[in-house]
Design a protein around this ligand. Structure first.
Ligand SMILES: NC(=O)c1ccc[n+]([C@@H]2O[C@H](COP(=O)([O-])OP(=O)(O)OC[C@H]3O[C@@H](n4cnc5c(N)ncnc54)[C@H](OP(=O)(O)O)[C@@H]3O)[C@@H](O)[C@H]2O)c1
Length: 297
């Protein structure tokens, strides 16, 4: 059985957390169709031992942070809330970069207010260098400097970086020190392996987003279900294709933390049960042959 504990920076956390993005309405915009069902997912997550929730002010916007605050306050001891800054939504749901130092500070304040906390456990600087390689972004040093000031002021405990290249991770480690990297990575999309290697070398926590390959673009869970290698390992262990994908991730690095997202209590329970899955060397060899598939962003 995989050990249940790891760490986010210096904070002990369960290896399986919860990604809250799926709790917003369609397109991660506006309220969900069934807010009570979303509250039930959050409550069940805590019952099952989740102590690490990934969110963002721009999920909704504010919808997901408000749901978390209304449902879970007073927060259980040891719950780690992680957010990300660097983007805003427009009135049509479009995503725009907003990543000058003053933007980042304003977004941290909004997260503090809507989550109802005085300090955020980890704030990820969300960059666009991977989505849009030639795009003009504010200097990384200025962005990290703004987050370091907030850390100094006690509003942020750990700094993280997200959607970033190896060079950015290295700079962030060397300048401000980071608690985690959050990048896309899954059995269907392993292109981030060099960043994962760097995190291993520096013992930095690695939090893959889109751990099931993402439902955007219609891929993700359905691609996993269609893959024969995933299917044979799933049959052997009597588990679902999604569980195979999550167990494969856990086997990559002991400081890899999962944040699978779901609106469904049944899927949440399935995802949390992955700690009971032990993939052996034959399984891992067979799974080397999976993908890659194009993952929608
Ligand atoms: N840093 C960033 O830029 C960034 C970007 C994207 C996401 N994130 C974070 O990463 C978290 C994880 O990403 P994600 O939620 O998009 O991707 P994901 O976990 O790869 O996939 C989510 C999709 O998988 C489905 N699903 C979940 N558990 C399942 C199961 N056991 N069986 C079958 N289907 C299952 C969900 O549908 P159901 O609701 O039907 O279960 C949903 O459609 C997000 O929630 C968010 O917190 C960060």
């Amino acid at each position: 059985m995989t050990t249940s504990q790891s760490s986010l920076g210096d904070k002990p956390v369960h290896r399986i957390g919860f990604g809250a993005m799926q709790l917003a309405g369609p397109g991660v915009f506006g309220p969900p169709a069934d807010p009570d069902a979303c509250r039930a997912v959050l409550r069940r997550a805590i019952e099952l031992g989740v102590d690490h929730i990934d969110t963002a002010q721009f999920y909704g916007p504010d919808v997901v942070n408000d749901l978390i605050r209304e449902t879970l306050q007073p927060y259980p001891e040891g719950l780690r809330l992680v957010t990300k800054v660097g983007a805003v939504r427009d009135e049509h749901g479009g995503w725009n970069a907003a990543a000058e130092p003053e933007d980042l500070k304003q977004q941290v304040e909004l997260n503090l207010r809507h989550l109802g906390v005085e300090r955020i456990d980890l704030v990820n600087l969300r960059r666009f260098e991977r989505d849009n390689p030639g795009a003009q972004e504010p200097p990384l040093a200025d962005q990290l400097g703004a987050l370091a000031e907030l850390r100094e002021a006690g509003k942020v405990d750990l700094i993280g970086v997200s959607n970033v290249t190896v060079d950015t991770v290295r700079t962030a480690i060397e300048t401000v020190g980071i608690g985690a990297v959050q990048n896309p990575f899954s059995i269907l999309d392993r292109s981030d392996a060099p960043v994962l290697d760097l995190c291993r070398d520096h013992e930095v926590s690695y939090v893959p987003f889109f751990p099931l390959g993402s439902a955007f673009g219609g891929g993700g869970p359905s691609s996993l279900a269609a893959d024969p290698h995933v299917g044979s390992v799933a049959d052997k262990h009597q588990i679902s294709p999604s569980q195979v994908a999550l167990a494969w991730l856990l086997a990559q690095y002991d400081r890899l933390l999962l944040i699978p997202g779901t609106k469904s209590v049944a899927h949440l329970e399935e995802n949390m049960a992955v700690l009971d899955v032990d993939l052996d060397a034959d399984d891992l060899t067979a799974l080397e042959q999976v993908g890659p598939v194009a993952v929608g962003h």
